[in-house]
Design a binder for this molecule. Structure first.
Ligand SMILES: [Zn+2]
Length: 434
């Protein structure tokens, strides 16, 4: 956050102060004693740690703070007296379950601009700095899980999948490595990715967050921003190391959050059916025996970009506007209704999405379970080869979601079938608000 109490020198012992000292101007506190960040440097020590602590401002070398939007809850916890200001995480036994990288992509400053490639291994690569008192926190965590999904049980019952005791267990659960990632934006690279000037990017970020981060416009010397947005979660089926081997068949879906469908089974879109279909494809791909007896590997990259990153309130407003318009919900007005409410069709900006694929070392996706032309273009333009594209099977599209999928196919989404005409779109109708 932009301001902090003046008690930075000894946060645990100093008396509470009502005085707020802004650190938004060079020459005050800030990066004087903080480690330098050289984005894209070849090694962790040359690159330097990302330090977003709010405890000791002299250590900070970024704008914003850790945990994305949850940083606000941390502030509430401090305000409510539930959290001691300056608490430092005890990282004992928190190390990643799987080693990832370093991959050559990590030292290409333009290849990865929105996550910290070293974010999972800070306790290891910056151990000396942490021991020396610098509050360096992981921005990536890697763990293991077994996931139980009714759709996978069904795939087993219909013998589309088989238990193999490795990827898929007797109790119908799938074994995964799951990885949580917080956004870490290197502003010069993010600006170039969007083909805007860094100054314009900083000004828009400052103004459109209501002036939440004055350092965006006053501290051009600080290049890294921890934005208060949702991050990503990866689910890997098979060996994580295989993701970086283009010889191992990779089945992957990059999925954007849709709470209504993903979690609650709402039938107005194809999100959950496509996600669970992709999980089934990932499991099958990870089990398949390829050349030389090698298994494949599967990846679901799940981004917290609810409702095309417009948010769920906007999304539900659009649902009402679609279903109440003259003539009812129809595919030919699908994008128009979103634009009328939100001003745009989409704010997901797939330009940053491939970063996580490069972080994993991916060079080829053999089977991409996505119909999105935006995702396909972003992935291939970033230098990753894509083989086959897998569309959602027609029988998995809920009746009320026909409006969405037809509108998207007409707008350029991948299909191996016919592209709907304008007349077709006008005839694709959704349910009313009953
Ligand atoms: Zn959805």
């Amino acid at each position: 956050m932009a301001s902090d109490s003046a008690s930075q020198s000894s946060p645990d012992t100093a008396p509470p102060s009502k005085h707020i000292r802004l650190t938004s101007h060079p020459g005050q506190q800030g990066t004087g004693g903080a480690p330098a960040i050289r984005w894209g440097a070849a090694t962790a020590s040359e690159r330097g740690p990302v330090v977003g602590t709010t405890t000791n401002r002299s250590q900070r070398n970024v704008i914003g703070t850790h945990s994305g939007s949850y940083g606000v809850y941390r502030a509430l916890a401090v305000a409510a007296g539930n959290l001691v200001k300056g608490h430092r995480a005890d990282l004992t036994n928190t190390a990643p379950t799987d080693a990832i990288g370093p991959h050559p992509q990590w030292s290409d400053a333009e290849r990865i601009v929105s996550i910290d490639p070293w974010g999972a291994s800070v306790a290891e690569v910056f151990g000396e700095l942490i021991a020396g008192g610098i509050d360096i926190r992981p921005t990536i965590a890697v763990t293991k899980a077994h996931i139980h999904l009714p759709e996978i049980k069904q795939a087993l019952a219909f013998q589309r999948l088989q238990v193999d005791g490795k990827v898929l267990l007797d109790d119908s659960s799938a074994v995964v490595t799951k990885i949580a990632i917080e956004p870490v934006w290197w502003l010069p690279g993010v600006a170039r990715r969007f083909k805007v000037s860094e100054a314009d990017l900083r000004r828009a970020l400052f103004e459109e967050t209501g002036g939440m981060y004055p350092e965006l416009v006053t501290r051009s010397d600080i290049e890294v921003f921890l934005p208060p947005i949702g991050g990503q979660t990866l689910y890997v089926f098979g060996d994580v190391r295989d993701l970086a081997d283009p010889q191992v068949t990779l089945t992957a879906r990059v999925h954007d959050e849709c709470n209504g469908s993903d979690v609650f089974g709402s039938d107005i879109c194809t999100c959950r059916p496509y996600l669970t279909h992709a999980i089934e494809e990932c499991i099958r791909g990870a089990q398949e025996t390829g050349a030389g007896g090698a298994r494949g590997v599967g990846l679901i990259a799940y981004s917290r970009k609810e409702g095309r990153a417009l948010g769920e309130v906007t999304k539900f407003l659009v649902y009402n506007a679609r279903k109440r318009q003259v003539g009812g919900d129809s595919a030919d007005k699908y994008f128009l209704r979103t634009e009328c409410v939100a001003g745009v069709q989409d704010m997901r900006f797939q330009e940053l999405m491939p970063d996580v694929l490069h972080w994993l070392g991916i060079r080829k996706i053999h089977r991409l379970v996505s119909m999105s032309n935006d995702k396909y273009d972003a992935i291939t333009h970033s230098g990753i080869e894509v083989g086959e594209r897998i569309k959602i099977p027609d029988e998995l599209v809920p009746a009320d979601a026909r409006v969405e999928i037809d509108a998207k196919i007409a707008a350029g989404y991948f299909t191996d079938g016919a592209v709907p005409t304008a007349t077709d779109l006008a005839g694709t109708k959704g349910r009313g608000l009953e």
